[in-house]
Design a protein around this ligand. Structure first.
Ligand SMILES: [Zn+2]
Length: 239
């Protein structure tokens, strides 16, 4: 299983070249078409030995378990003036970045949260792994104002999350049998899934409002209204 997706720009033109293909698993050209890189995603699988030239070396110190997804862009761009690039990321490329991320999240059971889907510029901020002079995407590629890679990443992740829907938060390969019994006081990703399904604020904390929503759901479905989410309630929720 792969642990994360790292978003990049190649620093080149809108069309991938051989160097780019060797460095990333998937590359998106200026028209939004997706190209496979030289190395299979599995070449970077956790536990696989990383031999130079035989895996996609896209994120220093963090290649194991990381899928490298790049937009072919930013040749000639400099941090002080990203728009100096004659190959600035196109809207089609960013749309394709979102769709490809959605597909990879589904295929590998990756959740679109900061620690697991992030731009290269976010890596040191979120994961504490130092990168030298990497600023993909520390510039406005959608609507987020300013040059805050986390805000820009959050905006892209929100799009991915919307496209994935509620089910996105489940690790895809997690057997249903492992879904935890939740009651008031619980917290975490499973609570967020529950809250989304119940259409209450998904802060990941099972408080009185979530409990009230569970109770009314259980009553509506003629289940035992105990406010506890076990296998029967999960199943009734379609999860
Ligand atoms: Zn990069």
């Amino acid at each position: 299983m792969m642990n994360r997706i790292v978003w990049h720009h190649t620093g080149g033109g809108h069309v991938p070249n051989d160097t780019d293909r060797a460095a990333y698993h998937r590359l998106i050209d200026g028209d939004g078409r997706v190209h496979a890189g030289v190395h299979a995603i599995e070449a970077n699988a956790p536990g696989a030995r990383l031999v130079a030239g035989r895996y996609a070396a896209h994120t220093g110190g963090l290649n194991s378990g990381s899928i490298g997804l790049a937009v072919c862009a930013m040749a000639g761009g400099v941090w002080a003036n990203p728009r100096a690039s004659a190959a600035f990321p196109t809207p089609q490329q960013i749309d394709a970045l979102i769709s490809e991320t959605v597909g990879l999240c589904r295929a590998y059971g990756i959740q679109p949260v900061r620690a697991h889907v992030l731009s290269h510029a976010e890596v040191p901020l979120t994961l504490g792994v130092v990168q030298k002079g990497k600023w993909d995407f520390d510039y406005q590629i959608r609507n987020a104002a300013g040059r805050d890679p986390l805000a820009i990443g959050d905006e892209l992740r929100a799009e991915v999350m919307t496209r994935l829907g509620t089910a996105s938060l489940w690790p895809v390969n997690e057997p249903k049998a492992r879904r935890p019994v939740l009651r008031q006081g619980a917290s975490g990703v499973h609570v967020r899934v529950l809250q989304r399904a119940l259409r209450v604020a998904d802060d990941g904390l099972f408080g009185p409002k979530t409990r009230a929503a569970v109770l009314s759901f259980q009553r509506a479905r003629q289940l035992l209204p105990d406010g506890v989410v076990g296998p029967i309630t999960w199943a009734a929720l379609g999860l």
